[in-house]
Design a protein around this ligand. Structure first.
Ligand code: GLN
Length: 308
């Protein structure tokens, strides 16, 4: 594989500045009322390069909730515990033309399309072993490990806000219980709401992107979870459904496995090379960060990062 030129903070800064105003083309998510309080103008851009070097520009200390980005970490743990077949006999590997909170295929085949949309992700989390909050704590611990950031916590106000308004997610949970896919009680749904409420920075996201880009080896070289097959699985799901119904077009324009969250974050994996984390809370109509997308697009074009 070709070497990539070293990226400078100056380059990142100029890409950020060029795209700063894209937030005006999006809207901060407010279907979870607590998320509606985010500052639409906040913006951050981080890269972790092959040697573990971290570059950060913009609102580098700004924390936001990881939301759907937590789904890739939950998937890793569920597959570690149940094997890939133990997870994917309950859901598909399908891409989608539907938004993240769509019920598709729960009323037809009975099984979620994939682990990146809400239904599949709620099911994935329910497959992690342990009573009560234990499965959530495993996800939190893994996020702390991957980022090397032990201070990461979840935001209890966002969690409460998701729990009290997440009726669609609750509907999916009970439909999957009805379909015999979920056996536990609503604690399992709470674990999903909690994982979505984990708060971190763009740098933390870049480190998550790096981890899955590098066979589950951490940015500092720690390889206790090294697993090339796991990375292949996670990256393939990110590529086909990580940006929901926009994933196909995104594969065409950016061409990199990525996962977005409605908190405004996107984590990107450049396989074998680097991790990218962006944050800007105003979302486009697909639920992906509007300015975040454009920053990633510019970086990918400038450094020819597309896989294709
Ligand atoms: N917690 C959000 C939800 O369940 C996550 C969705 C997302 O980030 N796309 O609606």
């Amino acid at each position: 594989t070709a070497e990539i030129p070293t990226i400078s903070e100056k380059t990142l800064s100029s890409i950020l500045e060029k795209n700063r105003t894209y937030y005006t083309q999006g809207k901060v998510a407010d279907y979870i009322p607590e998320l509606g309080k985010m500052d639409a103008k906040a913006i951050a851009f981080s890269v972790v390069e092959k040697n573990g070097r971290v570059l950060n520009v913009g609102d580098v200390y700004k924390k936001f909730t990881m939301q759907s980005i937590s789904k890739i970490v939950a998937l890793m743990i569920a597959v570690k515990e149940n094997g890939e077949a133990g997870v994917f006999d309950k859901m598909g590997y399908f891409g989608t033309d539907q938004p993240f909170n769509h019920f598709s295929n729960l009323e037809t085949t009975g099984k979620p399309l994939n682990p990146m949309m809400n239904a599949g992700a709620i099911l994935t989390t329910s497959l992690i072993s342990g009573e009560g909050e234990k499965p959530f704590l495993k996800i939190l611990d893994m996020v702390r490990y991957i980022t090397g950031n032990q201070t990461i916590e979840y935001n209890t106000s966002v969690y409460q806000s998701e729990k009290s308004t997440g009726h669609r997610n609750r509907g999916m949970f009970y439909l999957m219980k009805n379909n015999g896919l979920i056996s536990g009680n609503e604690d399992q749904l709470d674990n999903y709401f909690k994982q979505c409420s984990i708060e971190l920075t763009a740098e933390d996201l870049a480190k998550i992107g790096y981890f899955f880009a590098n066979d589950c080896i951490r940015f500092d070289g720690d390889d206790r979870y090294k697993n090339a097959e796991m990375s292949r699985l996670i990256l393939s799901q990110m590529l086909i459904a990580g940006m929901y119904e926009f994933s196909g077009e995104y594969a065409r324009t950016v061409g990199l496995p990525s996962k977005s969250g409605v908190g405004g974050g996107i984590t990107v994996s450049v396989p074998g090379k680097m991790g990218i984390g962006v944050f800007s809370p105003a979302l486009d109509k697909h639920g992906n960060s509007a300015a975040g997308y454009h920053m990633i697009l510019d970086l990918a074009r400038q450094y020819d990062l597309s896989l294709f």
